[in-house]
Design a protein around this ligand. Structure first.
Ligand code: IMP
Ligand code: MG
Length: 173
């Protein structure tokens, strides 16, 4: 069956929401030692826009994790592919993720990051699918709550594709 893409969230709405998150984060982190930690690859576009929307001095780092399993269903087995390039001990870490689906990825990553003793650790996620939750992870800054649909664009992929769409679309594979 041919894949179809149905427009879901416009570039304009994404930008407005990301700017609002940036303002909220700025207000909370003023005067602190903020490190944004993006989870590759899905967060790279959100992270780029969010970082520019936070009008504070900050640093950026990245880590890569992957879950075994098929393309559209997370399996709950998470593998760390590469880690942060700088210590975060004593820093105020804000983890930046594209989407919280089952919660397995974030649950694992948050536990690993806590071992590195940051002075605080919070999560910014652009999307959350509450219907799919298997492990609850607290999302401190959430972009959009969405129904159980597979979405692509603005960093999110299917089989490596569609990350460069400026808007978000629902994929029917
Ligand atoms: P979780 O461990 O089930 O929360 O899975 C999170 C990861 O699955 C995300 O970081 C995405 O890489 C991927 N994912 C979950 N839902 C979607 C979606 O709708 N579109 C694209 N990727 C998704
Ligand atoms: Mg991801």
């Amino acid at each position: 069956m041919a894949r179809t893409l149905k427009p879901f969230i416009s570039a304009r709405r994404l930008q407005a929401r990301v700017r609002a998150l940036g303002r909220a984060i700025r207000a909370d982190y003023d005067g602190r030692d903020l490190v944004l930690v993006g989870i590759l690859k899905g967060s790279f576009i959100f992270m780029a826009d969010l970082a520019r929307a936070i009008q504070l001095p900050l640093t950026c780092d990245f880590m890569r994790v992957s879950s075994y399993g098929s393309d559209t269903v997370s399996s709950g087995r998470i593998r760390m592919e590469f880690d942060l390039s700088h210590p975060i001990r004593g820093k105020d870490v804000l983890l930046v993720e594209d989407i919280v689906d089952t919660g397995w990825t974030l649950d694992h990553v948050l536990r690993e990051l806590r071992k590195k003793k940051p002075s605080s650790l919070r999560l910014a996620a652009l999307f959350h699918k509450p219907e799919r939750t298997r492990v609850t992870v607290p999302i401190d800054y959430l972009g959009f709550k969405i129904p159980d649909r597979f979405i692509v664009g603005y960093g999110l992929d299917f089989d490596g594709r569609y990350r460069n769409l400026p808007h978000v679309a629902v994929l029917n594979a």
